[in-house]
Each structure stands twice: as structure tokens, then as C-alpha cells.
Design a protein around this ligand. Structure first.
Ligand code: NG1
Ligand code: MG
Length: 506
């Protein structure tokens, strides 16, 4: 399946509201570069409905692409230069020469780093296809409306858009979604964040009106599916930005990257305790909890789970949750957290080897490693994803009156796990969830990495207005008395599933 190419804005849920934005983009492009753009590349942000901090463990997640996106008007120039500009003056213009390799200075944190992430992976891919590839010069004007640090994956949107326009400018018109996902999943590694694959995959595979089931095994793929209808009270997801900014590039060592290390370690810890060898997950150097689950059931003589049969998954994840409660897996002290020395002893690694294996690739900082809590979060949130799907599927067969309550309960439990087991929430986010639950949300949880960012709420169309009013009055106007109407409208949005990455030919 290829990244779609459009000739008009019909890919948006509301094309009319975007017309002025694209006209302004073209006019500014002309002003900046003195010529017309040839095409626009686009990739959207996403909201994740349920299942966070599990994608890098290779467990399935349930996001949807949104209409908010990063777009880049592009023309090819015949120099050896890439020129970048942004419609937002917060983001200064840059230009640089095309060279065999591109450097990203992590100390110097600028938006151009994210462009370069996409550029690097696109360049590598073009070289894979044709080793004598020589990149063309390009003029680019970016425009983005995914809130930054808002948990809706602005970073993936810019990295994927960047990779897409570089590929298109260098002659690739038929870009496969699978390849674009594969190459962009690792793009943010170049800015020091050890990301999973959910955001890029959601941004690329999004379809209007459809949510996505993203699977990582046997291969990474986004499967679009329709949300159930819940007549007469039509279900809807509302997203509200807590306005607590989550700056991943600053906090990654103690937050995001550390979680990735903890769950890899947890997988190897569990394997050691059961004396089993972990199945290797694609090209990862360290273990995953999904790999552990697969190895564990192999040991028990069960056939490999293909990820499709929901009941098998539910059963296996439940058994993993029982397993980690056993004192021979984590004793009382270990449940509270383990220190480096204890963890390396358990894995029979020298401290140096331990450092090399887990701590040398990305910046990480910690006192204790919370292997028990993180595994419990991962297994339980992965289980909730499957239960969520099961309710969706059951609903298609026989409508139930309790579907909203059932789904809401899973969302709330997921939030509790994110807060208490994964320590990825913030007091303001908890408050926002609570206000929503008291005012018409069936379930509310942080979406994405957390540590701030946005909350997704499950509600119904008839409850929307009063829910939005309550959030404004009890959260936003209390915390940000000077907030403008425009800022409020931007902070609270109904999330309509939208088209994924695409090219607009001009
Ligand atoms: P955001 O919300 O964009 O910071 C991050 C990761 C995902 C996933 C979620 C947590 C990136 C680009 N994405 O999302 O892979 O791990 O956190 O579920 O860092
Ligand atoms: Mg991000």
C-alpha cells in the first residue's frame, strides 16, 4: 500500500477550513524563495486511545491519526543546498549543504534537528535502493498545527513529513507505507530519544473515520478499523491538552528513555528467573516483554501467538501478570526497585557489560530500576488494549448498553496504571481526568508518553457541550486565568480520525 497522492484537500475531514492555510502557505513560499512549490508533504499527529509505553515492548496499541498535522511545501533547486523555513517565527530559517552524512548537534536543540532525522533516514533508504544516490537541493516551507509537547506526537509528524518530502523530491512517487514506517520509526533516535513505533505508524496508516490497531509482531503494521456506533448516544473521543508541557528532549533520561531501559531489563530479568532464552525481536539488541511472553509460552509447549486471537492474548497476559507476583520472581525488596549492581548480578553481567548493554546508547538517569512496576504496567495495559478491542468487536455482533461504561472503565484503569505503576502522570493531569469524569466523561487518560501533554476522554455527543464547559471552568480558567478563547479552542478538540501521511501535488 502506497502513501496516497491527492490533487485537492479532500483528504481532510473538513477541507474548506484548510483552504486558507494552504493558500497562505503557497503565498509565503513564493515570498521566501521566489518560486512556486511543486508539492506539499503532510503527516498528522495522533491520539492514542489506549495502551501507552507498550509499543516499544511490541504489544499492540490503539491510536488514531488526527487532522492536525505538519505540512511542508517543497520545490527542488539545482544547488547543493537544503533551505528550510517555517511559517511560525518561533522557528528560525536554516540552510545547509548536502553532504554524505548529516550531523545533528544534540546540544543545540532546534526544530531543524527533527527535519534532519527524517532527512537521514530518507537518505539511507534512497541509498539502499540505489547506492549512487545524490540528494537534490530543496527549498522547504513548513507549517504545523500539532501542539508541541502536547502528547499528540508533533515530533513524529515532523520527522515523517520530512522523510516523505525528501523521498518525493528525489524521484520516489510510489512510497510504500510499510517502508516509510520502517525507516521513520528509528528517526528520532538521532535526537537521542529511544522511541517505539506507534506514532510514525499511526501518522502513516491513518484513514478518515477509522481508528488503528497497530501490531508490532510478526511485523509492524497499522490496521484501520471502524469505531463502533453506540446509538442513540453516539460515542466520541475528546482530547484536552493539560498545557503541562512535556519536553521529551530534556526529560528523556529520567522519563522516556529510562522506561525503555526498564522494560528491556525486565524482560531479561524474567527470562533469567525462568531460565529461558528470549526469542529475539527483529533487530533489537535487548529483550522485549513481548519476546518474553512468546518465549515463556514456548517453554510451556504452547504454539506461538500471532497477535490476532484476542482470547489467547488475554489469557497469556493474565498469566504473565500472575507470574510477576511470585516472590521468586520479585521478592519484597525487589518489588520496591533494584539497584544497578543487583540487576547486573541477576543477569550475570559485569557492571561494564551491563552498562554497555542497557545504558550506553541513549542518555539515562535513575536511582532504582522499577522492574516490577513497569512490567505490571506493560502487561496490564496490553491486556486492556485487547479487552478494549474485544468490546469493540462484541459490539458489532450484539449491541450492549454497557459498552461506554466498559470502555470507560478500561481507560480509567489505564490512567491509574500510568500514574501509579509507570509514574508517567502529573498532578494537573490527574486533576483534569477527575474533573472530566465528574462531568460526563466515561473514562479519561493521558495519551502518549505522558509526563504532561494531552488527556483523551470517552464521552457521547450529547454530553460534549457540558463536558467542555466544565473543563473550561474548573480546569483552564482556574489554572490559566488569562487564557484566550482561541487558546481554549485549541486546547480542547473533538478527535475525528483522519487521513494519514500523504502528498498533495500542486
Ligand atoms: P509521544 O506522546 O509523542 O511523546 C511517545 C513515543 C511512542 C510511545 C508513546 C507512549 C515518540 C515519537 N513516541 O509518544 O512511541 O512510546 O510515547 O505510548 O517518542
Ligand atoms: Mg513526540
Amino acid at each position: 500500500m502506497s502513501v496516497p497522492i491527492f490533487k485537492d484537500l479532500s483528504f481532510y475531514n473538513d477541507a474548506n477550513s484548510s483552504t486558507a492555510r494552504y493558500q497562505a502557505l503557497q503565498t509565503s513560499f513564493n515570498k521566501v524563495y521566489g518560486n512556486e512549490p511543486e508539492f506539499v508533504g503532510r503527516s498528522p499527529g495522533r491520539v492514542n486511545l489506549i495502551g501507552d509505553h507498550i509499543d516499544y515492548c511490541y504489544f499492540s496499541v490503539l491510536p488514531m491519526a488526527l487532522d492536525v498535522d505538519v505540512i511542508a511545501a517543497t520545490s527542488i533547486n539545482d544547488s547543493n543546498t537544503i533551505r528550510l523555513a517555517n511559517t511560525n517565527d518561533k522557528f528560525p530559517s536554516y540552510e545547509f549543504e548536502i553532504s554524505p552524512t548529516f550531523e545533528i548537534s544534540q546540544a543545540d536543540y532546534t526544530w531543524v534537528n527533527y527535519f534532519k532525522c527524517g532527512l537521514i533516514v530518507a537518505n539511507n533508504y534512497l541509498k539502499e535502493l540505489n547506492p549512487s544516490t545524490k540528494l537534490k537541493g530543496m527549498n522547504l516551507l513548513f507549517d504545523g498545527n500539532v501542539p508541541t509537547g502536547g502528547g499528540l506526537s508533533s515530533s513524529a509528524a515532523i520527522c515523517v513529513t520530512s522523510a516523505l518530502v525528501v523521498l518525493r523530491a528525489n524521484g520516489l512517487t510510489n512510497i510504500s507505507k510499510e517502508d516509510l514506517t520502517r525507516i521513520t520509526v528509528v528517526s528520532e533516535h538521532y535526537v537521542g530519544v529511544n522511541t517505539g513505533g506507534m506514532d510514525q505508524c499511526a501518522s502513516i496508516y491513518g484513514e478518515k473515520g477509522k481508528a488503528l490497531l497497530i501490531q508490532f509482531k510478526p511485523k509492524l503494521i497499522g490496521i484501520p478499523f471502524e469505531l463502533p456506533t453506540t446509538k442513540p448516544h453516539e460515542l466520541v473521543f475528546l482530547v484536552s491538552n493539560s498545557l503541562v508541557e512535556s519536553n521529551k528532549h530534556e526529560t528523556a533520561p529520567t522519563n522516556y528513555n529510562l522506561r525503555v531501559v526498564e522494560v528491556a531489563l525486565a524482560a531479561e530479568w524474567l527470562a533469567k528467573k525462568l531460565k529461558l532464552s528470549l526469542v529475539n525481536d527483529s533487530n533489537l539488541e535487548t529483550g522485549t516483554l513481548r519476546g518474553f511472553l512468546d518465549s515463556y509460552f514456548e517453554l510451556l509447549g504452547e504454539p506461538r501467538w500471532d497477535g490476532h486471537d484476542i482470547d489467547v492474548g488475554i489469557n497469556r497476559l493474565t498469566k504473565c501478570l500472575e507470574l510477576i507476583e511470585k516472590p521468586e520472581i520479585f521478592n519484597q525488596e525487589e518489588q520496591k526497585g533494584v539497584e544497578t549492581e543487583h540487576a547486573s548480578n541477576c543477569l550475570e553481567l559485569l557492571t561494564d557489560q551491563f552498562y554497555q548493554r542497557f545504558l550506553s546508547k541513549f542518555p539515562v538517569k535513575y536511582d532504582k530500576l522499577k522492574l516490577y512496576q513497569r512490567s505490571k504496567h506493560v502487561f496490564s495495559d496490553s491486556l486492556r488494549v485487547l479487552e478494549f478491542l474485544k468490546i469493540f468487536e462484541g459490539q458489532k455482533l450484539k449491541p450492549s448498553t454497557g459498552i461506554l461504561q466498559d470502555l470507560g472503565k478500561l481507560l480509567n484503569e489505564s490512567q491509574q496504571s500510568c500514574n501509579l505503576l509507570n509514574n508517567a502522570s502529573k498532578p494537573d493531569c490527574e486533576e483534569l481526568c477527575q474533573i472530566a469524569r465528574e462531568n460526563g466523561s466515561y473514562g479519561s487518560r493521558i495519551t502518549g508518553a505522558g509526563f504532561g501533554g494531552s488527556i483523551v476522554h470517552l464521552t457521547t455527543v450529547d454530553r460534549l457541550e457540558s463536558l467542555v464547559e466544565a473543563l473550561k471552568k474548573e480546569y483552564y480558567l482556574q489554572k490559566f486565568p488569562n487564557i484566550t478563547q482561541d487558546q481554549l479552542n485549541e486546547a480542547i478538540v473533538v478527535s475525528k480520525p483522519a487521513t494519514g501521511s500523504c502528498i498533495l501535488e500542486l
